[in-house]
Design a protein. Structure first.
Length: 141
C-alpha cells in the first residue's frame, strides 16, 4: 500500500577536513512491500534542469539500501553492510563506475513516522572520493 509522506533527506559528504551538507524536505510516497519499504520523491534542480525522480529502497532484512535516481543522469547505488559494490553514476560527462562500501545501515520504521540512516564510502578508480552519511526521516500524512 502506498501512502503520502513528508520526507526529509540529509546528506553529509566528508573528505579530509572538508564537509558538505545537503538537506531536502519534500512530499513523496512510502510503499510497504513484502521485502522492502520504498520511498519516492522528486529532487528539484537548478533551472533549467528538470526535477530528478529519486527512490530509496530499504530492505526489511536491514542489510541493503538502494538509491535510484532517474532523469538525464540516472544512477543506482547499492549500499550493503560491510560489502563493496560497483555502481553506475550518470553525469553530464558520461557514466562513471564507482565503488560503494557500506559501513552501516540503521532503521527505526513505524507506521506513522520513522527514519533510516546509512554510512558508506565512495571510491572512483579505487581512490577514496568521500565518506558519506544519509538520513531519511518520514512522517505519514
Amino acid at each position: 500500500m502506498t501512502k503520502k509522506a513528508l520526507i526529509k533527506v540529509t546528506g553529509i559528504q566528508r573528505l579530509g577536513k572538508e564537509k558538505d551538507k545537503i538537506e531536502l524536505t519534500t512530499v513523496g510516497t512510502m510503499e510497504d512491500t513484502d521485502e522492502s519499504v520504498i520511498f519516492r520523491y522528486k529532487e528539484e534542480q537548478e533551472p533549467p534542469e528538470a526535477p530528478v525522480e529519486a527512490s530509496l529502497v530499504v530492505y526489511k532484512n536491514g542489510k541493503r539500501v538502494d538509491v535510484v535516481r532517474s532523469g538525464p543522469f540516472g544512477s543506482l547505488l547499492i549500499i550493503e553492510n560491510a560489502k563493496r559494490n560497483v555502481c553506475s553514476y550518470g553525469s553530464p560527462y558520461g557514466d562513471m563506475l564507482m565503488g560503494i562500501y557500506g559501513r552501516s545501515i540503521e532503521s527505526k520504521m513505524e507506521e506513522k513516522r520513522g527514519s533510516v540512516s546509512f554510512l558508506y564510502d565512495l571510491d572512483i578508480n579505487g581512490a577514496l572520493a568521500s565518506h558519506n552519511e544519509v538520513k531519511l526521516e518520514y512522517k505519514i500524512h
